[in-house]
Write a protein that binds this ligand. Structure first.
Ligand code: BES
Ligand code: ZN
Length: 844
């Protein structure tokens, strides 16, 4: 199906009257989709998937039609083109696929309940009602909803309910919008509401399994985010309400349906009294992301899925812009540097990676282009680069024009560059297309040759890569004026180094602030100069140095052994970003040691030396005097000291466990995961194991559940591992949406890896049937590739996945991940002796 025609070319819908009747008890629904629009051809194509079409009428007359399941469509024969009203009757099954209209399952006080919700992006609106299911086919919608209703249920949709007649809920007509943003939900919900300054009603909803105060944090962030965006975009929120709804079963993280945003429970609800700052920040950025889409994505939508990045890259950047404005003390841009930046730099260094802008037609491929490291993280970095170039005033002015020009319509990347270019007077198109259309990024080499300071760019690869002469237009952000603002050429000579050094009075640096998407390789002279003044660098610039070392070492441009002695220089930092980069680098040394070896013991000693003083400083118990940095740094330190098997730490954690054995959920959320993991690893027994698994089943606190997952998957005990593998396919214990974290945890555990890998291979068909329909599926391959580092595993990985290379949506992932493991295996083989010797030398 390589040459799908866009259905929009055959029919332009203008208005839908949707009637949907859902019977939960029978797990079926039926409906009629009445679509008024303009037929472009006498054969019109309307999307459907998994629907049984019983009748099609045009202007009240039955007309011939055929259902084409390969095309996910209905071919309808009309006698003329032009204005027409189609009425399509259908029925379908409710399935547990987390796509289309689907049930979520949960329990309240031991009683099983369900909630109906929807998930239509990217191509599942067609599973709920016949429609032209393409982002460009915008129309208005009247929804009428009937279901096997009982007293005490709440019904939500994009627009407010207008009336209930004969048990049918009628909603107000929507604004002009895309089908993938339609949503509704019903069940026994609790909710809280407030109003923004401008009068928008904001609400947060969840099941009654939660305590009411778990809605409070989200309500505050949602309200303030909408207020922020109305001001930042200078464009009012166009709907009367903005509901945030947490669904117990949810395939993505969250979804920006216009006026009815849906979330995983973990990304919306939290216990305001005992939740780690990191989790609060994540919930806040998720909400800010989805609400950014209410304009950028919902009001103005990408024309086709190839411009998906326009939606997602932008919302990904705005998470940080918004939360930085709402909670300035959090320094949320630091999280951007510790999460988005390394994710993008890592993935984008593998040959075969997609570009941000990527051609796509086949519905089976559309979900596969949601590569979060590229479309989200790299795309957001591109936009951060643009923001740094043009400044916020031009960004806001340009966005305002963009919304005026395209509201209730569609746009492409060029439309955005046009609007921002006009506002800033900077031609962005040419610069940005080098980033959008090409995969990868460059390493800029800075060196002194014959007294001259030189720079050059070349594509950076981790693993084999084909050099094809790609060049980028790089905002250099140098601290020396002699460097050009935008570096377009392959190489440049900046002048006499001694004079430049003298005149500038500081070491030469590039990409100050780490906002451009490239890494830097300084020659020894320049690097020594930087290291001699390393304390003058900002925390972000220190992080950048460590991040670039790690990437250069992964790419075999420098050796890991040379980096090992540098680690201790950063170990006393009280900055979260520096510790994050430091321990990320240290974690990368683990692949060089075999379990139980002397080398492993020496690496543990290195971890101990790096972390010991910080454990003293921060302690095992969070203090009210902790700064945000302290709160966010402590997890890195405690994780390190436990890896080090530091005796005092093990005992300190054990004592905390014993003191709270009756109320483990009540342990401080900041340290709970380490206390539980320590207990399972070092003091574990079957009783504790079962107790935690029961708590997991019963708890509604997502962050406590995540802690239990991290603790149990670390078990050294084979019987424990077997119990977990059994639970993988038991949805009453581990919901399919949460399974990947369990799989990854067991796979990362030396004592569990074989069992987890066997499970994946043996039960691949089950996994495909259970989560195969959504974008989570490929990430099981990705997480496997992040862990494997031996030749044997590489061979097994190839033997299993290579026969699946032609599966739609899996091709790129399998190719890339094979390369990722292969290059890691080669790196380990080549450098393990030198690295382990360097570690041994450092800890002597
Ligand atoms: N639009 C996406 C969700 C989505 C992606 C649905 C692909 C269907 C297919 C949403 O805005 C989003 O980006 N969600 C993220 C969470 C976000 C806060 C980064 C997700 O689901 O991972
Ligand atoms: Zn998004």
């Amino acid at each position: 199906m390589a040459t799908t025609t866009h259905f929009y070319e055959t029919f332009h819908p203008e208005h839908y009257d949707l009637y949907i009747d859902i019977n939960r008890a029978q797990k079926v629904f039926s409906g009629r989709s009445t679509i008024t629009g303009d037929a472009q051809t006498t054969e019109v194509l309307i999307h459907q998937n998994f629907l049984k079409i019983t009748k099609v009428q045009a202007d009240g007359q039955a007309v011939p039609f055929t259902v084409d399941n390969d095309l996910q469509g209905i071919r309808i024969q009309l006698t003329k083109t032009g204005q027409v009203t189609l009425a399509i009757d259908y029925s379908a099954k409710l399935t547990d696929s987390m796509m289309g209209i689907y049930p979520s399952y949960y329990e309240v006080d031991g009683e099983k309940k369900q909630l109906i919700g929807t998930q239509f992006e990217t191509t599942a609106a067609r599973q709920a009602f016949p429609c032209v299911d393409e982002p460009e086919a915008k129309a208005t919608f009247d929804l009428a909803l009937k279901f096997d209703e009982h007293a005490g249920e709440t019904v939500l949709s994009n627009m407010p309910e207008k009336k209930i007649e004969n048990g049918v809920h009628y909603f107000d007509t929507t604004v002009r919008m895309s089908t993938y943003l339609i949503a509704f939900a019903f069940g026994e919900l609790q909710g809280k509401q407030t109003k923004t300054k401008s009068g928008v009603t904001v609400g947060v909803y969840g099941t009654k399994a939660h305590r009411a105060n778990e809605l409070d944090f989200a309500l505050d962030i949602a309200k303030r985010s909408i207020e922020f965006y109305e001001d930042f975009y200078q464009t009012p929120y166009p709907l009367p309400h903005s509901w945030q709804l947490a669904l117990p079963d949810f395939s993505a993280g969250a979804m920006e349906n216009w006026g009815l945003v849906t979330y995983r429970e973990a990304y919306l609800l939290l216990d305001p009294d005992n939740t780690a700052l990191e989790i609060k920040q994540r919930v806040a950025t998720v909400i800010a992301h989805e609400l950014a889409h209410q304009w950028f994505g919902d009001l103005v939508t990408m024309k086709w899925w190839d411009n998906l990045w326009l939606n997602e890259s932008f919302a990904n950047m705005m998470e940080y812009v918004a939360i930085n404005a709402l909670e300035p003390d959090w320094h949320i841009w630091e999280t951007f540097q510790t999460s988005e930046a390394p994710m993008a730099l890592q993935r984008d260094a593998t040959d075969g990676v997609q570009s941000v802008h990527v051609q796509v037609e086949d519905p089976a491929e559309i979900d596969a282009i949601f590569d979060s490291a590229i479309v989200y993280a790299k795309g957001a970095r591109m936009l951060v680069m643009v923001r740094a170039m043009i400044g916020d005033d031009a960004l806001r002015a340009g966005l305002k024009q963009y919304f005026i020009a395209h509201k209730y319509g569609n746009a492409t990347g060029d439309d955005l560059w046009q609007a921002l270019g006009e506002a800033s007077g900077i031609q962005l198109n040419a610069i940005m297309n080098t980033w959008l259309e090409q995969p990868g990024y460059p390493v800029v080499t800075a060196s002194v040759e014959a007294g001259q300071l030189k720079i050059s760019q070349q594509q950076f690869f981790i693993g084999d890569g084909k050099e094809v002469g790609r060049q980028w237009q790089l905002p250099l952000n140098s601290n020396y004026d002699a460097a050009p603002a935008i570096f377009k050429d392959q190489s440049a000579t900046l002048g006499d180094y001694a004079q430049l050094r003298q005149a500038n009075g500081k070491p030469f640096r590039l990409n100050v602030g780490n906002n451009s998407h490239f890494i830097v390789k300084y020659d020894q002279q320049l690097l020594d100069d930087i290291l001699a003044h390393v304390d003058d660098l900002t925390h972000i610039d220190q992080l950048q140095l460590l991040q670039d070392f790690r990437l250069l070492a992964e790419g075999r441009q420098i050796s890991y052994a040379t980096v090992v002695p540098l680690l201790s220089r950063f170990a006393a930092s009280d900055s979260t970003v520096v510790n994050a980069a430091l321990y990320e680098l240290a974690a990368n040394l683990k692949k060089f040691v075999t379990p139980g070896s002397t080398a492993e013991q020496q690496l543990r000693t290195l971890y101990d030396q790096l972390s010991a003083a910080q454990v003293q400083r921060l302690g095992w118990t969070p203090k009210t005097s902790d700064s945000f940095d302290d709160q966010l740094t402590r997890p890195y330190i405690l994780s390190a000291t436990l890896y080090a098997q530091n005796k005092q730490s093990i005992l300190a954690a054990h004592e905390l466990f014993e003191g709270n054995a009756q109320n483990l959920a009540g342990l401080p959320a900041d340290t709970r995961v380490f206390i539980l993991r320590n207990e399972v690893k070092n003091f574990g027994n079957a009783t504790l194991f079962d107790q935690l698994l029961t708590d997991y089943r019963q708890s509604t606190d997502a962050s406590y559940k995540a802690d239990i997952c991290a603790a149990l998957t670390a078990t050294p005990d084979a019987a424990g591992v077997a119990k977990l593998i059994d639970a993988f396919e038991d949805a009453d214990t581990i919901k399919p949406q949460d399974l990947r974290a369990w799989y990854r945890g067991v796979l990362a555990n030396d004592a569990g890896q074989q069992a987890a890998w066997d499970w994946l291979r043996n039960d691949w068909a089950w996994l495909e049937a259970t989560v195969g329909g959504d974008m989570e599926f490929t990430t099981y391959i990705t997480v496997t590739s992040r862990i494997f580092h031996t030749a044997d595993r590489l061979a097994e990985f190839k033997a299993f996945f290579e026969p699946k290379l032609n599966t739609p949506g899996l091709t790129r992932e399998i190719k890339m991940d094979t390369k990722v493991i292969a290059s890691r295996v080669a790196l380990v083989e080549a450098e393990k002796d030198a690295v382990n010797a360097a570690v041994a030398e450092t800890v002597k």
